[in-house]
Ligand binder design. Structure first.
Ligand SMILES: [Zn+2]
Length: 191
């Protein structure tokens, strides 16, 4: 099924959620504001942000980080961290991940927690979008392939209105890693 949410829809969802979690005003949560570094969100705020996004969108966000998944796929931590800092491959993986960090945000040599600190409203919306791209092929109840957004803001079947659940965030991120790694390997060979 198609993902009925555009990036702008999901930015609006993350913004509304942050306004309620942090008690800030809508004009403070521009799309490119860093949620931890600029809005001073702490780890409890992130727990609440995640819980509310999951409830609002009917999704399951990843429990493990992109870097955790990368270590599992590579089976070798030394390709991901060098003295605790991101390798070129790790930085590449974060930029290519659902978060879609820019090269201004993430580069080799950063500490992992610095990446989370710089994650913006847009990065979180992109994560939700990546997960929502993984809806089932068709509605299990009626076979319809079109999805739409219900009045309550969740993905539903466009024909019968049955709620549609995408694969979990961890499954979606895990599935994305091999392609990210092989594109990295190809770019190294080409260079
Ligand atoms: Zn249906």
């Amino acid at each position: 099924m198609n993902n009925p949410f555009a990036e702008a829809d999901l930015i609006a969802v993350v913004q509304r959620t942050l306004v309620s979690v942090l008690g800030c005003t809508p004009d403070e949560v521009a799309a490119d504001v860093a949620i931890a570094n600029e809005l001073d969100a702490d780890s409890l705020d992130f727990v609440e942000l995640r819980f509310n996004l999951e409830k609002q969108l009917g999704i399951v966000l990843p429990q493990k980080s992109v870097l955790d998944h990368l270590v599992v796929v590579l089976g070798d931590e030394s390709q991901v961290y060098a003295r605790g800092r991101l390798t070129e491959l790790a930085a590449h993986a974060l930029r290519e991940s659902f978060f879609a960090y820019s090269s201004d945000q993430v580069s080799a040599g950063m500490l992992p927690h610095e990446v989370m600190g710089c994650a913006t409203v847009r990065n979180w919306a992109n994560l939700c979008k990546g997960i929502l791209d993984g809806l089932p092929a068709r509605c299990a109840d009626c076979g319809q392939e079109q999805a739409e957004i219900s009045p309550s803001g969740k993905p539903v079947c466009a024909a019968c209105g049955a709620p549609q659940k995408p694969r979990t965030g961890d499954d979606a991120v895990a599935a994305s890693i091999p392609g990210i790694v092989s594109r990295w390997m190809e770019s190294r060979v080409a260079a």
